[in-house]
Design a protein around this ligand. Structure first.
Ligand SMILES: Cc1cc2nc3c(=O)[nH]c(=O)nc-3n(C[C@H](O)[C@H](O)[C@H](O)COP(=O)(O)O)c2cc1C
Length: 370
């Protein structure tokens, strides 16, 4: 295909895959799209090893990273957060809920270390993010995408100096304009159907608003895209490509456990909720007993970001160890209702492109004279 985004990166199809899983990133880039690796929950050593793994597989095809690059960071202080720094009312609430449900506690003695290991992987300070970026710059990344905020202008300029393109996610036209002013090369306009952190505007309304607000800057449409007709709709509205997150979770290459995949395949579109339980900011996740617990009248307020993410490490570990499917939650968008069986990244792209072609041919026929 020929779109501004295909030309920017020399890719065959303007399909961008956000994923925390290196296999998805490598597979989508190899298949002619663009894999973008989410680095928020990696240590510097892990990131280095995983990017090396990707480098060895993509055969020079472009890929990128997605990083939390906001201008404002919650103050966490100089030291790494420990279990003692977590807000106790919320920690105790989660312990009570899981105890009442008979979910075993973490083994005494190991619990602290296990939770601390999870905390150490969560990168929420400016220093941690910058350290990850330094690691990534040792690899041939072609794009850096900023989640959750406008990237600092000096970072954008530095990346441009290295020949790396910069993008940023936006859930409102005003955010997209701010990103443009910071000098980014493209915007990802993400509607509220999406998995993960979302705003309140649906894709159908948001995409053209953002496209008009930042023109002629190219826009990738995100939120609710899992098939070719949705891609055709996005391109008809003026997008230069699509950015998908949820659809890859149901692939063979995805990092999810088989328990979570089964839950996804059984879920309908109405089984996702926007909740603050994951990070303190609204994010769409699969509804579960854990997300329901935070709606109870005795639930404390959500802790601010990043403390909510940090305090959820322990309940997450307890649920995972117990393999308690009904308690498992994970970010996923409304397209989960269309995900019914395991597939592969290559198949997703093939099916998306086939249906895209059918849809555009159908539209073309609507305009033909007799
Ligand atoms: C499991 C999961 C984790 C996500 N984590 C991030 C993240 O760390 N950074 C980010 O920019 N977007 C993140 N997102 C949002 C995606 O980048 C993307 O915008 C969204 O998934 C698009 O909508 P869709 O889920 O309908 O495909 C995440 C999405 C999912 C499903």
């Amino acid at each position: 295909m020929k779109t501004k985004m295909c030309e920017m990166f020399g890719i065959e199809v303007p399909i961008f895959a956000f994923s925390h899983c290196r296999d998805v990133v490598a597979e989508v880039s190899k298949a002619g799209g663009m894999g973008v690796f989410g680095v928020a929950y990696k240590t510097a050593e892990q990131l280095d090893a995983e990017l090396k793994w990707i480098d060895e597989r993509v055969g020079g095809k472009p890929y990128g990273i997605d990083v939390l690059l906001p201008n404002k960071y919650e103050k966490l202080g100089e030291k790494q957060v420990t279990t003692d720094d977590l807000p106790q009312a919320q920690v105790e609430f989660m312990r009570r809920v899981l105890d009442e449900a008979g979910i075993p506690r973490l083994p005494e003695g190991d619990a602290r270390t296990m939770v601390q290991e999870s905390l150490d992987r969560i990168n929420m300070t400016r220093e941690q993010t910058e350290a990850l970026l330094e690691v990534a710059l040792r690899h041939p990344i072609k794009v850096v995408v900023s989640a959750l905020g406008t990237p600092p202008r000096e970072t954008v300029e530095r990346l441009h100096g290295l020949g790396i393109k910069v993008g940023a996610l936006a859930g409102k036209p005003q955010h997209a304009v701010r990103h443009k002013e910071a000098g980014v090369d493209f915007i990802v306009a993400q509607g509220m159907e999406a998995g993960g952190h979302t705003g309140k505007i649906t894709s159908m309304i948001l995409w053209p608003q953002v496209i008009d607000a930042v023109a002629p800057l190219p826009v990738l449409a995100a939120g609710g895209i899992g098939r070719g007709r949705q891609m055709a709709a996005a391109m008809a509205l003026g997008a230069e490509g699509v950015w998908c997150g949820s659809i890859w979770l149901g692939t063979k290459e995805s990092e999810l456990t088989s328990d979570l995949k089964e839950r996804f395949f059984a879920a309908g579109t109405e089984d996702t909720v926007q909740s603050r339980l994951r990070s303190g900011k609204p994010a769409r996740v699969l509804r579960s007993k854990l997300s329901d617990a935070w709606e109870r009248p005795d639930a404390p307020p959500f802790a601010p970001m990043p403390y909510q993410t940090l305090l959820m490490a322990e309940p997450h570990l307890r649920v995972e160890r117990g393999k308690l499917k009904e308690w498992m939650y994970y970010p996923v968008g409304q397209v989960v209702g269309d995900m019914k069986a395991e597939t592969t990244c290559r198949q997703v792209i093939y099916d998306m492109m086939s249906e895209f072609i059918e849809a555009t041919e159908r539209l073309g026929r609507l305009m033909q004279a007799d």
